[in-house]
Design a protein around this ligand. Structure first.
Ligand SMILES: [Zn+2]
Length: 80
């Protein structure tokens, strides 16, 4: 069973599609029962889409990862 801290660790891979099926299902199941992580994932996704639209293509990876890291750190400090 995934915990919230596991979601924070795996969410980048989840968004990138870089997870095994088992892990994806585990995360998906956690997201079903945890509104906190759903909000977190949605926040990252919407932020990434803003960056993807507003930045040149070649900068996507760098910016997305730096931002995801920032959100990730913020999330980890969040006590829930
Ligand atoms: Zn959670």
């Amino acid at each position: 069973m995934y915990q919230c801290k596991d979601i924070a660790d795996e969410v980048n891979n989840y968004i990138d599609g870089d997870l095994t099926l088992g892990k994806r299902l585990g995360l998906f199941y956690h997201l079903l029962i945890c509104s906190c992580c759903r909000n977190y994932l949605q926040q990252i996704r919407s932020t990434i889409s803003v960056i993807t639209v507003s930045k040149p293509k070649e900068d996507d990876n760098t910016n997305t990862q730096a931002l995801a890291k920032k959100l990730h750190d913020l999330y980890k400090k969040h006590d829930h």
